[in-house]
Design a binder for this molecule. Structure first.
Ligand code: ADP
Length: 254
C-alpha cells in the first residue's frame, strides 16, 4: 500500500508542478521583454528576477525528486525494466567525463575543478546503458558538488579478474564513517549536504545502488574526511560466449 501511495502521490504532484513551471516561464518572458514595469516599485522590480530564479530552481528540484521517487516506486514494484545490451563501458565513461566537465564549469566556474581520466582499460558489460550512465552521473555530480574549488576529480576504468571496476575519486569534503553506512538510504544526506545551495534530494545513491544490484554488481565507497571520497561501481565482466557466465563471487570490499 505504501509503494502504491508513493507512486500515486508522485504522479499526482506532477500536474500542479507543470502549471507552476509554465507560469514561471511566462513571467520570466514578460520580464525579459518589458524590462522594469513602471507600475512596480523599483525595489520589487529589482528583486523579482531573483525571486523567479529561486522559485524555478526549487521547482526543478521538486521535479527531479518526483522523477526519482517514481523510479524507486517502479523498482520496488518490479515493473522497472532494464533494456539490456552489450555496453562498451569505456565509451560510456568518456561521455560522462565530457558531460561532467560541462557541469563543473557551469556550477563551479571555469578551471575551478580539474576533471581527468585516470586508468583507462576497455571493458564490455551486459547492461542498460542509460541506467549505467545514471549511476556514473550521480557519482560525478556528487563529486563536483562536494569538492571545493582547486580540487581534482578522477574517473577510472579497470578490469579486475572477472569484474569491471569504474571509480570516481574526488579530493572533496569526505564522508564520516558513520555516514558512510547511511548515504545509500533514501533521503539520507549528511549535515554538510543539507544546505540549500547543495541541491540534491538524497535519493541519487539509493537509485544507484538499486541499478548496480539489478546488474549483479555493487557499489563500494572509501572516504576520509577532508581528504576525499572514491565511489566504485563493480560490474561482472561480459563474456560473449553463452556458456561462460561471469564468476559472480563477491569481491572483497575495498
Ligand atoms: P544528494 O542528491 O543529496 O547528493 P545522494 O543520494 O546522491 O543524494 O547522496 C547522499 C549523500 O551522500 C549526499 O547528500 C552527501 O551527504 C553524501 N555524498 C555523496 N557523494 C559524496 C561525495 N563525493 N563527497 C561527500 N559526500 C558525498
Amino acid at each position: 500500500a505504501q509503494e502504491r501511495l508513493v507512486a500515486d502521490v508522485s504522479h499526482e504532484l506532477r500536474t500542479p508542478l507543470t502549471t507552476v513551471q509554465g507560469n514561471i516561464d511566462l513571467l520570466q518572458r514578460v520580464l525579459r521583454s518589458n524590462g522594469a514595469n513602471p507600475s512596480l516599485t523599483p525595489e520589487i522590480s529589482a528583486i523579482l528576477p531573483e525571486i523567479l530564479n529561486e522559485v524555478e530552481d526549487e521547482t526543478k528540484r521538486m521535479n527531479n525528486m518526483i522523477r526519482d521517487l517514481l523510479l524507486l516506486a517502479q523498482a520496488d514494484s518490479g515493473v522497472l525494466q532494464l533494456k539490456m545490451e552489450a555496453v562498451e563501458l569505456d565509451t560510456l565513461l568518456l561521455d560522462v567525463y565530457r558531460q561532467s566537465r560541462k557541469v563543473a564549469e557551469r556550477t563551479k566556474g571555469i578551471g575551478a575543478l580539474e576533471i581527468r581520466i585516470g586508468h583507462e582499460d576497455q571493458a564490455l558489460v551486459w547492461g542498460d546503458p542509460e541506467r549505467l550512465r545514471q549511476v556514473l552521473v550521480n557519482f560525478t555530480d556528487n563529486a563536483i558538488k562536494y569538492t571545493p574549488s582547486g580540487g581534482t576529480i578522477t574517473l577510472s576504468l579497470e578490469n579486475q579478474k572477472n569484474w569491471v571496476k569504474v571509480t570516481v575519486a574526488d579530493t572533496g569534503i569526505g564522508i564520516k564513517a558513520e555516514d558512510r553506512e547511511m548515504i545509500f538510504e533514501r533521503f539520507y544526506r549528511t549535515d554538510k549536504a543539507r544546505s540549500r545551495e547543495m541541491g540534491g534530494s538524497g535519493l541519487g545513491l539509493s537509485i544507484a545502488r538499486w541499478i548496480a544490484q539489478a546488474h549483479n554488481g555493487k557499489i563500494t565507497v572509501e572516504s576520509t574526511v577532508g581528504v576525499g571520497s572514491t565511489f566504485t561501481l563493480w560490474l561482472p565482466e561480459y563474456v560473449e560466449s553463452a556458456t561462460a557466465t561471469p564468476d559472480l563471487q563477491p569481491v572483497a570490499d575495498q
